[in-house]
Design a protein around this ligand. Structure first.
Ligand code: GLC
Length: 538
């Protein structure tokens, strides 16, 4: 299996926040097109676009009202086509975020479905009897509150795992599956190279509708509303369909940190890869977790299962601060950049991380744009919390942290837009921006460029398996090898010096070194080394 995606470093573009081409304060395709040379130079080979379809944007596009069009905020279909063409010209493939689990309540399918109990589309969604104010069961929405919404007109509840404006489709209905395959075909015909499949493990729910239990921390254990019977069959069907139309890459969002839950979704006949939250979504830094999760994936994944690597996304705070753990965020970010680009797996780099962007904090409730943050704020107020406490809770849950506009330069609005940005620009933009980092050889941007260059040119980094993985104190050492090259990586996350393992020391002479340094026999505190031995060449 040597598909194109194994060689690619992907870059996630959060549509509204990357580059605004028409001055309305919202990112768009014209803006992205103008930055394609930047992406090419950075070395990314794939771009993941968050949803760009027409949407009321209750959840910034993850509430789709028309699956076969472009939201006017992002441009026109012609802009999209131009973008695909220009990206491809530069050797950049494009994957589209596709939300198969739910539609916007404004989607014509749902409007039909809710119009009467005997409408042909009634069964496209999940409707249940119940009494007003007494929902069918205790299932909670992932944004807070009940997952059931009472529909006055037809006297039934409908199910929504997220906001009430994001209505869950009934994947047990074959017509729904066909409709979604038709959507996939539409975008494949437009030149899309793959899909990021949103909350793919949510497609089916248990048809017994039993109450979910609660965990010790009082949070609901979503036992019956995800990873249910029928979901793997649905995934296989989607995969077979996509693969019958070419080497279409499928990456699934399976919201779990448990490798045992993630594993069944990927491999031959299923999704190519899933997001490995087991490695990527730690809330605090731990070398232990990194070492054990990498080792676990190595032991548990079969040959056709390939990991993914990411540490930030539009759903989580940027890792340079989230995982700093008391050290300089820039240093932490550099350590994780090395892991991201050299460990085994498909790397997903979140926009702005390559320049070390920081997390946005809301100073007042009006600043909170994200539905998850706003809901948490409102529930806290309802529970009697003070304004200050509620704002803190809102900030903790809000995903705005990583959604502030890309910082291109130090001009007004960080060069993102000539209008008023839809979300505040992070105040750090005068020091942290592309323009300034382009001229500084020691910048984060240059560091990433160097790493991506190595990643793109060393085959062991793309296809190679681990030969060795070893932990020494706070340092991690591994080697990856294929028939052309072997690559040795040492990352010391701690401040103490660590002696190099024998096998690492023997890795010289090497033709590429990230950190030029004397062979001192130890890895200096908080340092990283990459050595690549090109077998038989150079
Ligand atoms: C995924 C998306 C997230 C969205 C949710 C509901 O987790 O990444 O942004 O809110 O699905 O569609």
């Amino acid at each position: 299996m040597n598909s194109w995606w194994k060689k690619a470093v992907f870059y996630e573009i959060y549509m509204p926040s990357f580059a605004d081409g028409n001055g309305d304060g919202i990112g768009d395709f014209k803006g992205i097109i103008s930055k394609l040379d930047y992406l090419k130079e950075l070395g990314v080979k794939g771009v993941w676009l968050t949803p760009f379809y027409p949407s009321p944007k209750v959840d910034n596009g993850y509430d789709i009202a028309d699956y076969k069009n472009i939201d006017p905020d992002y441009g026109t279909m012609e802009d999209f086509e131009e973008f695909i063409e220009e990206a491809h010209k530069r050797g950049i493939r494009v994957i589209a975020d596709l939300v198969l689990n739910h539609t916007s309540s404004e989607h014509p399918w749902f409007k039909e479905s809710r119009s009467s109990k005997d409408n042909p589309k009634r069964d496209w969604y999940i409707w249940k009897d119940g009494e007003k104010d007494v929902p069918p069961n205790n299932w909670e929405s992932f944004f807070g509150g009940t997952a059931w919404e009472w529909d006055e007109q037809t006297g039934q509840y409908y199910y929504h795992a997220f906001a009430k404006e994001q209505v869950d489709l009934n994947w047990a209905n074959p017509e729904v599956r066909e409709a979604m395959k038709d959507v996939m075909k539409f975008w494949i015909d437009k030149g899309i190279d793959g899909f990021r499949l949103d909350v793919i493990n949510f497609l089916t729910v248990s048809n017994e509708f039993k109450d979910n239990p609660y965990l010790e921390n009082d949070e609901q254990d979503h036992l019956y509303d995800k990873d249910q019977d029928g979901v793997l069959e649905a995934v296989q069907e989607i995969s077979a369909f996509a693969k019958s139309h070419g080497d279409i890459f499928l990456v699934g969002e399976v919201g779990s940190e448990d490798l045992e839950v993630l594993k069944p979704y990927c491999g031959e006949g299923k999704l190519d890869v899933v997001f490995n939250f087991n490695l990527g979504s730690q809330s605090s830094f731990s070398v232990d977790t990194i070492f054990s999760e990498i080792s676990k994936m190595e032991e548990n994944y079969t040959e056709d299962q390939w990991p993914t690597l990411f540490f930030s996304s539009h759903d989580m705070p940027r890792h340079c601060e989230r995982l700093a753990g008391g050290i300089d965020p820039e240093l932490r970010a550099k350590h994780l950049a090395v892991l991201l680009t050299t460990a085994k797996g498909v790397p997903f780099l979140y926009f702005g991380d390559e320049i070390g962007m920081r997390n946005l904090v809301a100073e007042k409730k009006e600043d909170i744009q994200d539905i998850q943050g706003r809901t948490a704020y409102e529930l806290a107020v309802r529970d009697g919390k003070t304004e200050v406490e509620a704002l803190a809770i809102g900030n903790e849950k809000s995903r705005d942290a990583s959604r502030s506009p890309m910082q291109w330069d130090d001009s007004e609005n960080a060069g993102f837009s000539s209008g008023t940005p839809w979300i505040r620009v992070h105040p750090s933009y005068r020091d942290i921006n592309v323009k300034v980092e382009e001229t500084d050889p020691h910048s984060m941007l240059h560091f990433y460029k160097k790493l991506l260059k190595i990643r793109n040119s060393v085959s062991a980094l793309q296809n190679g398996c681990y030969e060795k993985i070893e932990r020494r104190g706070d340092a991690l050492f591994y080697s990856r090898t294929d028939d052309q090259s072997t690559m040795y990586v040492g990352i010391n996350y701690g401040a103490e010096k660590v002696t190099l393992p024998d096998w690492f020391d023997e890795a010289v002479p090497c033709s590429v070194q990230l950190v030029e340094e004397e062979n001192t026999g130890y890895l200096a505190g908080q340092d990283c080394q990459i050595r690549v031995d090109h077998r038989g060449s150079e």
